[in-house]
Design a protein around this ligand. Structure first.
Ligand SMILES: [Zn+2]
Length: 232
């Protein structure tokens, strides 16, 4: 390969590395890295076709005297259906990191709690460091400990319906669920004349004291109170 890193490639990568804390992840194109030490980066995942891209990152890291650990990389097939299957299988094998006895997929995933935990930094194409809220989804294991998943990981284990259901507590501590209505459901309710009887509304970016998770903003939701102790 006759690719040579340019000065700006080296500079840009250095900015990214400087902004990463140990154990923080860096997504770049179809690659995911994690800083594992002072000058070490582990490649977590890449697609099949990102092989050359990884080689280029490695060349830049060589110049910066960083090491790339590729020992545990998961290679994701380029074919989207095969890739989805690999991710799904992987997600089904996740265990509770606290007791290591319960599979995440078997936890009461419908009782999830979305919250913001700090900020994620990223460097844009112009080399500016930006940050945005880092959302996590908490589910409680049988062992009593809360497992925090990234929104993407939660989607993988819990599926679309749970992903588009947001649970929150009101001032009195009652638990409500906002469930995104599909266009078909909305049409059906309008046709049947149910719409004004339903507790349904558009979600904005906040509701009471709550910040609404980004994927729920602008959706039309049905609000239902969850019965105390509702567990499936
Ligand atoms: Zn557990």
């Amino acid at each position: 390969m006759d690719w040579e890193p340019r000065e700006q490639d080296i500079e840009w990568t250095k900015n990214v590395l400087d902004s990463l804390e140990v154990n923080q992840d860096w997504m770049e194109g179809e690659m995911a890295f994690r800083r594992t030490g002072d000058a070490t980066l582990a490649l977590l995942t890449r697609t099949e076709r990102a092989e050359d891209a990884v080689d280029r990152v490695k060349q830049v890291l060589d110049v910066l005297e960083w090491e790339l650990d590729e020992e545990n990389v998961k290679v994701i097939p380029d074919d989207p259906i095969a890739a989805a299957q690999v991710m799904q299988q992987e997600a089904e094998s996740w265990m509770c990191p606290h007791c290591n006895e319960e599979r995440v997929v078997n936890m009461p995933l419908e009782n999830s709690v979305w919250s913001i935990q700090g900020q994620t930094n990223y460097v844009d194409d112009e080399g500016h460091t930006n940050s945005h809220d880092r959302w996590v989804v908490g589910v409680v294991c049988n062992c009593g400990e809360t497992v925090h998943l990234s929104p993407d990981d939660y989607y993988l284990v819990a599926g679309e319906v749970n992903f588009y259901t947001w649970n929150y507590a009101d001032e009195e501590g009652r638990i409500f669920s906002a469930r995104v209505m599909s266009p078909e459901q909305i049409v059906e309710c309008v046709d049947e004349g149910f719409m004004d009887k339903l507790n349904a509304q558009h979600l904005g970016s906040s509701l009471g004291d709550h910040v609404v998770p980004p994927h729920m903003r602008g959706t039309y939701c049905l609000f239902v109170e969850r019965e105390a102790g509702e567990e499936e």
